[in-house]
Design a protein around this ligand. Structure first.
Ligand code: ADP
Length: 184
């Protein structure tokens, strides 16, 4: 059974992440989304909230072979402990390349057993990052279609400006907009 570990912050998960996940499931039997605990980078959402959003999004999409976990310490140790040797990462434009290249090389230095596999993002998610989503949402920008429904709801709970916009839209339409949900 082939298992890939997809590590990251996922603060929060976006349709870009989900696109990589769906495509990886065409290659691997199981993908473990491993939410990294980073004591220096305090996220918007707690690790438990991030994991809950990932689980809900994967379930809503009917994805099979996904599990969600958390880890701290060295990624390569975690990967080996999970009984596999594959790290999955997504690549957007050139901006990701430098960092991802460094990360893959240091992990290779730390363990020759572990291989990093990259999937190139679909052009639809090229500009989507958790950071840009949080920024837009905090200013009341509707991020509909860029994140799963559960994330949109959680962001609206956090950001009054987004909440006000969604409530105004719901009042106009009789109910809320539907969300685009991670299609490739
Ligand atoms: P990290 O803090 O480790 O970069 P992220 O949650 O930001 O964690 O990203 C996890 C992985 O998902 C990284 O490999 C990143 O390049 C990839 N990723 C993030 N957004 C997208 C996207 N829109 N399309 C494809 N891959 C993405």
């Amino acid at each position: 059974m082939s298992i890939a570990i997809y590590p990251g912050s996922f603060d929060p998960i976006t349709n870009g992440h989900l696109s990589i996940l769906r495509r990886a499931l065409e290659i691997f039997d199981e993908v473990v989304i491993a939410v990294a605990v980073n004591s220096e980078k305090k996220g918007l959402f707690s690790i438990a909230e991030r994991m809950e959003m990932i689980n809900t999004a994967a379930r809503d999409l009917g994805l099979k072979g996904v599990s969600v976990d958390t880890f701290d310490g060295l990624l390569v140790d975690y990967v080996v402990n999970k009984g596999t040797n594959v790290v999955l990462r997504g690549l957007r434009a050139l901006s990701d390349f430098d960092y991802e290249f460094q990360l893959a090389l240091i992990n290779r230095k730390l363990s020759r057993k572990v291989q990093t596999v990259f999937l190139m993002t679909d052009y639809k998610w090229l500009y989507v990052s958790s950071t840009i989503i949080k920024e837009a949402a905090s200013l009341g920008g509707d991020i509909n279609g860029l994140v799963p429904m559960v994330v949109r709801e959680r962001l609206a709970e956090r950001f009054p400006a987004l909440r006000a916009r969604l409530e105004a839209a719901a009042n106009r339409n009789g109910h809320g907009n539907s969300s685009g949900g991670g299609n490739d």
